[in-house]
Design a protein around this ligand. Structure first.
Ligand code: MG
Length: 314
């Protein structure tokens, strides 16, 4: 049995009411807009905007609406989208280990995962160094800030290179599981480095529902489970996640440069059409096996590149 509370807009609540029209309950408690009972869950929406999910499937139901609500509602709403592992509202003031990853959507290059510890006394220094949401930073800024960060905070950087990634993937491991295992490892590594320094909690930049995350790491020898919080866009909630994100991107940039240098060309990021063209060029020059060393083979780009490469040969 689990519970989840979301703070949602009137528009989203209206949408929910329509969505659950076949399981609306006739009796509703004072202050509520509706009560619905889809399989395994009781949902109560209040006029205040609070929506309570209770029961076996509460997290699944809540997760669906949490994501619908995100684009329209504010940063504070992100904090309030409380599943069981939502960060406390004062998270900004706490000493936290944050974790984030880069490269999961890029065809070329590894996945890099970083956990980093930022105590509250260091936050001002980090802000002075320019640490903020890495989505607002250029690669050049990332490299320069990262070089300072490497000497400033305890962190753990894990790089899952392509050959290992491809072999795990071919054995049936999902990318989500790889990420969860790496986050857990990086968090454990940093916890070991802390040696009694204050730790108020752990914040993971959320890439899947917490229940699924814990399922992914269930067979790991050691699991970080105490005071662990999950939030999407967590780099805007705590500087530790922002710092982890910067270090992960720094490492990814360096890895991509290494791959580019070894091939004597620039390797594009992402998974778009220019990636297909580059991959086709590499197949023609070095053979398909080269991609195993530098790309995530199961992406659709591989098939497109093969088609392009063979097309040009005719
Ligand atoms: Mg992330």
């Amino acid at each position: 049995m689990s519970n989840s509370v979301l703070k949602l807009s009137a528009i989203t609540i209206e949408k929910m009411k329509e969505h659950y029209h076949s399981c609306l309950q006739p009796a509703t408690p004072p202050g509520s807009i509706f009560v619905a009972k889809p399989p395994g869950c009781t949902i109560t929406a209040y006029k205040s905007g609070k929506v309570l999910f209770q029961g076996k499937t509460a997290l699944d139901e809540a997760y669906r609406w949490e994501n619908v609500a995100l684009p329209a509602e504010q940063k504070k709403a992100v904090i309030k989208t409380a599943h069981l592992f939502a960060p406390p509202e004062n998270i900004e003031e706490l000493s936290i280990i944050g974790s984030d990853e880069v490269g999961t959507g890029d065809y070329f290059g590894p996945i890099t995962v970083v956990a980093a510890y930022v105590k509250k006394e260091q936050m001002e220094l980090l802000r002075e160094l320019g640490v903020k949401d890495s989505k607002h930073l250029t690669d050049k800024q990332i490299v320069s800030i990262a070089k300072d960060l490497l000497h400033t905070i305890p962190y753990s950087l894990l790089v899952l290179r392509n050959e290992k990634y491809n072999s795990l993937q071919e054995k049936g491991m999902s990318q989500g599981k790889m990420k969860a295992v790496l986050h857990n490892k990086a968090l454990l590594n940093v916890m070991q480095k802390l040696e009694g320094k204050p730790l108020d909690g752990i914040l993971v930049d959320q890439f899947c529902e917490p229940a699924i995350y814990f399922n992914h790491i269930a067979r790991e020898k050691e699991q970080v489970k105490e005071k662990i919080y999950f939030a999407t866009k967590a780099e805007s909630l705590h500087l530790s996640v922002a710092a982890a994100s910067i270090l992960a991107r720094y490492s990814f940039i360096k890895e991509m440069d290494k791959i580019g240098d070894s091939l004597g060309m620039t390797i594009p990021k992402g998974a778009g059409a220019q990636v297909d063209v580059k991959a086709a060029e590499l197949i023609r020059k070095f053979g398909k096996e080269k991609l195993r060393e530098i790309a995530k083979l199961h992406f659709a780009n591989t098939k497109k590149a093969e088609a392009l490469a063979s097309g040009k040969r005719w």
